[in-house]
Ligand binder design. Structure first.
Ligand code: URA
Length: 434
């Protein structure tokens, strides 16, 4: 088999066989096929697309390119959750302790933030001493003893995807439905869960800006999951404005803790509860949404969900006092306000601009190598639909470096759009697939 023939076949619009897909993934992972040939193939796929059969074959091949996490030593049905990424998306921090407190084991690998989107692993490091790089044995032992563990994705998990994603990033071939779906799902399959709940974001802060594209991505991922024998469902949820009222790292952790205390913002609480219901049903703990909701409310009001977060933080070396007293989390107390320069209603908050503004403050990464300041962030005092008068505070900016402030403020200002008419209400949970 020759790589050039595979490129020509795809360029001419034909379906690649599983053997051809296996040949190029194996050869690329081993370093036998050069970047320039794989770049050409990625571009051909970008223009000619891939069938469901090809997408599934690519996913399985990438999932098999490295280690598979063996979760068989954990009792019960393991349900994973994945978000396609957004701004203010601290969902895993509230969701996983709730689900674990209800008896579904949580063994989750998570990622770091990049660009305008944040990452769970960075947010967890806001707890003093928290270790995201525990061994696989500790990871599994923690799930068996306290019901929950989250760790950073290891290098051995789907290494083909790691290489390919980096190449796509610099060759303009990220935004292809089959390539995104296979990239995400290869990592989920290798991470070993029995069932998967996907949170596919849609809107200005998401990969997929339109509902139609988000639906197609959700469907592609659900088909892959089910095709690989894992029960998979996807929710399509709004990312046209930041989720909840905070964007940053430690500041988002505070909001996630408020939510475990039953005092979270309504949009974020709705999303967490909806995903938790699906995870409890897939995990075999509840037969329907009503039963699941009863369980969720019970672990919130009894404080069991909060205790679960504290046990998890402590087991991974973190300071659990910060769970019970979130004011101990280090959020910069140097603050300034963004003010409304006209009266009216908040019509839109361009989501990715809020994420970029936080990145400019130092709270996110422009490139993978950047280090981030966990203590900076943005608190949104007004969101879509709120009425404001000229001079009202729209947001509080927590910063450390004066030199970064003015461009970050400009970016945040450009995210807010004020209009004389009240906009239509946003529907947070748009659709469920699978
Ligand atoms: N996230 C991934 O892991 N892969 C993609 O291709 C896009 C988003």
């Amino acid at each position: 088999m020759r790589m050039v023939d595979i490129i020509i076949k795809k360029k001419s619009g034909y379906e690649l066989s599983p053997e051809e897909i296996s040949f190029f993934i194996k050869g690329y992972t081993k370093g036998e096929i050069p970047d320039y040939q794989v770049s050409a193939l990625m571009m051909a796929i970008f223009f000619k697309g891939m069938s469901d059969k090809e997408t599934l074959a690519l996913t399985m091949e990438m999932a098999d390119s490295g280690d598979h996490l063996d979760l068989s030593a954990i009792k019960g049905i393991k349900v994973d959750k994945h978000s396609t990424g957004g701004v203010g998306d601290k969902t895993s921090l509230s969701l996983t302790p709730i689900v674990a407190a209800c008896g579904v084991p949580v063994a989750k690998m998570s990622g770091r933030g990049l660009g305008h989107t944040g990452g769970t692993i960075d947010k967890l490091e806001s707890f003093d001493g928290f270790n995201v790089s525990i061994s696989e044995k500790e990871f599994i032992d923690n799930v068996n003893s306290i019901g929950i563990s989250l760790m950073a994705q290891t290098a051995d998990l789907a290494p083909a995807d790691k290489k390919l994603y980096a190449l796509r990033d610099v060759t303009g071939t990220v935004d292809n439905m089959s390539l995104i779906a296979s990239s995400i799902m290869s990592k989920k399959l290798a991470a070993g869960a029995d069932a998967i709940v996907l949170d596919v974001k849609t809107g200005s802060g998401a990969f997929m800006k339109t509902l139609e594209d988000s639906r197609a991505l959700a469907k592609a991922m659900v088909d892959i999951g089910n095709g690989a024998g894992r029960k998979t469902v996807a929710l399509i949820t709004d990312m046209d404005q930041p989720l909840g009222n905070t964007v940053g790292n430690a500041i988002e952790v505070r909001e996630a803790i408020d939510t475990l205390n039953g005092k979270g913002p309504s949009d974020f609480t709705e999303l967490v509860y909806t995903l938790a219901k699906k995870m409890l049903i897939l995990g075999g703990k509840a037969v329907n949404d009503d039963e699941a909701l009863g369980m969720i409310k019970s672990v919130i009001s009894s404080g069991k969900a909060l205790d679960k977060l504290a046990a998890f933080v402590e087991a991974q070396g973190g300071n659990k006092d910060q769970v019970y007293d979130p004011s101990l989390l280090k959020v910069s107390d140097k603050t300034t306000f963004l003010k409304a320069d006209e009266s009216g209603f908040i019509d839109r908050i361009t989501c990715d601009k809020v994420g970029v503004s936080c990145m400019m403050l130092g709270g996110g990464r422009a490139s993978k190598e950047d280090t981030i300041d966990l203590s900076v962030g943005i608190e949104l005092l007004k969101k879509k639909g709120d009425e404001v008068a000229k001079g009202d505070n729209l947001a509080v900016i927590h910063y450390n470096d004066e030199n970064k402030l003015s461009s970050a403020m400009d970016e945040l200002k450009s995210a807010y759009h004020i209009s004389s008419e009240k906009p239509e209400e946003t529907v947070l949970i748009k659709e469920m697939i699978g």
